[in-house]
Every structure is written in structure tokens, then in C-alpha cells.
Ligand binder design. Structure first.
Ligand SMILES: Cc1cc2nc3c(=O)[nH]c(=O)nc-3n(C[C@H](O)[C@H](O)[C@H](O)COP(=O)(O)O)c2cc1C
Length: 177
């Protein structure tokens, strides 16, 4: 297995984008491992050693989620808090994520043009994901360019979502080693 995709969607049954992306990922079982944290941890009690061991086995990790309040769904934030621990991810002996490539794959409800200084959001997506980039820098990993589909709340057609699923696979293989 070459790429680990952590899927964090609180309600995948009613998802259009993340569910479609997951179906596409499942077409590549020899190259991509899917790990659904909301399914794995319905009680939010994250098995930290298990998550750390899993991460150690991959050099390429994608975090896939719907953008909620310009941030991660809450279980993914908790996953960071618990798993990126002192002495493992950072600190004088914490080097287990050093050099690994981490990327974000996001479904974004709003339109692309709104994610700009002139748009209604006022910020670019790169600015919105600054906490991720700072965290990745803190643990010595490499933050890949993000992948996103916009208009995921209403506007995106089935055709656009299907197209984004193909592009998502290309994005994954582009950085896979
Ligand atoms: C609690 C919540 C917060 C959201 N916050 C944002 C947001 O900050 N920016 C945005 O563009 N869309 C936002 N959305 C829209 C989601 O990003 C969108 O519904 C999701 O990406 C669709 O993906 P899915 O079909 O896989 O569920 C939010 C949706 C919910 C339910």
C-alpha cells in the first residue's frame, strides 16, 4: 500500500462528494488504503498507538473531509490532538512524521470565486488551511498542495462530482512514490 487516505465525514451516508470519492478510491485497493475515522471511532475514543503505527507505515497520507466552518470536522481535529503527540510527532525525540507527504482533499460548499480577497469569504483556501500547513511544518512533514471541489453544497452537478473523482485519483497518483 502506497497511500493512506483518512476519511473524516460525520455522515457519509448522506454525502454526495465524499461518498463518490470513496467509491473511486476503492477501485485501487493495491495502491490506496482507506481509513474512515467516524466509522472506526463512533465513541470518539481514538486508539492512538494504532493510529500512530498506521501512519508510520505510509509516506503519503491524504486527509479527506468536507470543509466545516472553514476547518476540519471535529473528530479529525481530535485525531490531530491525540495522534500527533509529543515525543512521537514533535519534541526532541518526536520525528515519526518527518519527511512524510501529507495533503488535504476537501469538499467545499461555497463557490470557488468566493474564496478570494474580493469574494464573500475574503480568504483564499490556502489561507483557510494555514493551521494545517503550520502543523505539518511543526512535525517536519511536507504539506502537499490541496485538492478540492467547490460548490459541493448545491451547485455541483453529478457530472462535476464524477469528474472531480477522476481528478482526485490523478492528484493521489501524482504524489505517490
Ligand atoms: C456544519 C457545516 C459547516 C459547513 N461549513 C462550511 C464552510 O465553512 N465553508 C463552505 O464552503 N462550506 C461549508 N459547509 C458545506 C460543506 O462543505 C458541504 O456540505 C460538503 O462539502 C458537501 O460534501 P458531502 O457531499 O461529501 O457531504 C458546511 C456544512 C456543514 C454541515
Amino acid at each position: 500500500m502506497k497511500t493512506l487516505v483518512i476519511v473524516a465525514h460525520p455522515n457519509l451516508e448522506v454525502s454526495r462528494v465524499n461518498q463518490r470519492w470513496k467509491e473511486e478510491l476503492l477501485q485501487y485497493p493495491n495502491d490506496i488504503t482507506i481509513h474512515e475515522i467516524y466509522k472506526e471511532y463512533p465513541d470518539w475514543s481514538i486508539d492512538v498507538p494504532r493510529e500512530q503505527n498506521r501512519l508510520e507505515a505510509y509516506n503519503h497520507v491524504i486527509l479527506q473531509f468536507p470543509l466545516y466552518w472553514y476547518s476540519y470536522p471535529p473528530l479529525l481535529k481530535k485525531w490531530f490532538d491525540d495522534v500527533f503527540a509529543y515525543g512521537w510527532a514533535y519534541g526532541s525525540k518526536g520525528d515519526k512524521l518527518k519527511g512524510k507527504m501529507l495533503g488535504l482533499a476537501m469538499s467545499i460548499g461555497d463557490k470557488k470565486e468566493n474564496y478570494s480577497p474580493e469574494g464573500s469569504v475574503s480568504f483564499t483556501v490556502d489561507e483557510v488551511i494555514t493551521p494545517f500547513k503550520a502543523s505539518i511544518g511543526h512535525v517536519g512533514a511536507v504539506a502537499l498542495p490541496y485538492f478540492a471541489v467547490f460548490g459541493a453544497s448545491f451547485q455541483a452537478s453529478d457530472e462535476e462530482i464524477n469528474h472531480s473523482a477522476n481528478e482526485y485519483i490523478n492528484y493521489i497518483f501524482k504524489y505517490q512514490q
